[in-house]
Design a protein around this ligand. Structure first.
Ligand SMILES: NC(=O)c1ccc[n+]([C@@H]2O[C@H](COP(=O)([O-])OP(=O)(O)OC[C@H]3O[C@@H](n4cnc5c(N)ncnc54)[C@H](OP(=O)(O)O)[C@@H]3O)[C@@H](O)[C@H]2O)c1
Length: 403
């Protein structure tokens, strides 16, 4: 399909939107967040003034849901709420970095707990955390903390739980950013203590985006949930934590639904499914005699550079409408064929998530001592696929890369 001739028309409203106030740009910006996040350095611009928004009950296609917003939690209220708390953030990977720095910038008393002299320890020092002041080894941080934020990798949460569990004593709160460990406790062995609140706030994006959107004064969408409420205040605490780590909007869920939808989504449309679809389309084009550049442009470049941002900004109908009559006729006709072919795969995937197969696979794979080397080998294979080598050459031709 050649959507190039429609692109100018399609991008006109987008350009108008980008010229309008920041609050109206949010949807597009969220869609583009992951791309931009990669470009935002750790020591980037100072924190922008936070936008405030009203509380809302929103009608999502006929289903009314309360959406919690940080407008309910001005910074003074947030700081007052946590004034007697020490947040011990364990693990300083993608989420630890984003959530930790946002908490610190929000004036919350947060300390980091990681393995001494590991990669995370060094990263934390680079981000201004000071050993002995707000950077400790894991056990020491937990002992000082009242809210324990378990942001170790999911495999590490399971591995370290026998050691960590006895330290989560009555009066502390246990916080996760994924339902994985407690929901699949038969596999992870993360059986939470019965006398503490257990809450979750799961940002819907990378920790880099958690940080970059916060610095832009926006805020990532997150879901929050309560697994165990012993104080009667767990829900309020989960919402406050969500705001404190830099969320803009908070959607209520359960630990089960969060982990099922998350594992399902990342294996499906977000990553695995879309990669499979790219590969299938590209391979057929190549087998039918098309050049690598043509196959790549028609499969990935046009999608990511032109059409997907339009879906993100305005929705599928708008994107269809912005394309030629020929393109949209074909797209509408072929949608049900793809849906019918793919739905059984998605159902298999959901079953595999729900029955714990995906968790088992992930724990087994990611607990191997040489998992990083094995994973790097797989990444190298992907990097070396013709489609992605062609993509590298196509991207090199973009104006910003030819200066
Ligand atoms: N990444 C995302 O996009 C994302 C989004 C939403 C929610 N989440 C959830 O957030 C949580 C954290 O994920 P993440 O992606 O930020 O994790 P990550 O980047 O994989 O971070 C791993 C952290 O765990 C530490 N670690 C690994 N093995 C350890 C061990 N045996 N003992 C002690 N520390 C160990 C690492 O320390 P060293 O440097 O010392 O190895 C590092 O600080 C997970 O529950 C995840 O599902 C992630």
């Amino acid at each position: 399909m050649s959507s190039a001739r429609n692109l100018q028309k399609a991008l006109r409203p987008l350009a108008r939107q980008l010229a309008s106030p920041a609050v109206q740009r949010r949807t597009f910006v969220a869609a583009a967040g992951a791309v931009r996040a990669a470009a935002v350095s750790r020591a980037a611009a100072p924190v922008a003034k936070q936008q405030t928004r009203g509380v809302k009950t929103i009608d999502f296609a006929g289903h009314k849901e309360d959406v919690y917003e940080r407008a309910d939690w001005p910074i003074e209220k947030l700081q007052d709420y946590f004034k007697n708390d020490t947040l011990a953030l364990i693990g300083y990977g993608s989420q630890g970095h984003g959530q930790g720095l946002n908490l610190r910038d929000n004036g919350i008393n947060v300390i980091i707990g990681v393995r001494k002299d590991g990669k995370s320890w060094k990263d934390a020092i680079q981000d201004g955390w000071v050993p002995g002041k707000n950077l400790f080894e894991v056990d020491e941080a937990i002992s000082k903390g009242s809210i324990i934020m378990n942001l170790l990798s999911d495999a590490a949460q399971s591995e370290t739980w026998p050691h960590i569990k006895p330290q989560i004593t009555k009066g502390k709160t246990l916080y996760f950013s994924h339902g994985f460990s407690p929901v699949f406790k038969d596999l992870t062995k993360v059986e939470v203590p019965t006398d503490v609140d257990v809450i979750l706030c799961a940002p819907k994006g990378s920790g880099r985006t958690v940080r970059s959107l916060f610095k832009e004064g926006r805020g990532i969408n997150s879901s929050f949930a309560v697994y165990q409420d012993v104080t009667g205040k767990a829900k309020e605490k989960a919402i406050a934590m969500g705001v404190a780590i830099g969320s803009g909007y908070l959607y209520e869920t359960t630990f089960e639904k969060e982990v099922y939808s998350d594992l399902y989504g990342e294996r499906g449309c977000l990553m695995g499914g879309i990669h499979g679809m790219f590969l299938a389309q590209y391979e057929v084009l190549r087998e039918r005699g098309h050049s690598p550049s043509e196959a790549f442009n028609e499969t990935v470049e046009e999608a990511t550079q032109s059409l997907y941002p339009l879906i993100g900004a305005y929705g599928m109908d708008w994107m269809f409408d912005a394309c030629s009559t020929t393109a949209r006729r074909g797209a509408i006709d072929w949608t049900p064929k793809f849906k019918d072919a793919l739905k059984p795969v998605f159902n298999n995937l959901y079953d595999s998530v729900k029955d714990g197969s995906e968790t088992k696979r992930s724990l087994e794979y990611n607990s191997q001592p040489d998992y990083r080397e094995k994973y790097e080998k797989e990444l190298e294979e992907i990097r070396n696929l013709e489609i992605w080598r062609a993509g590298k050459a196509v991207r090199a031709l973009r104006p910003e890369n030819t200066k």
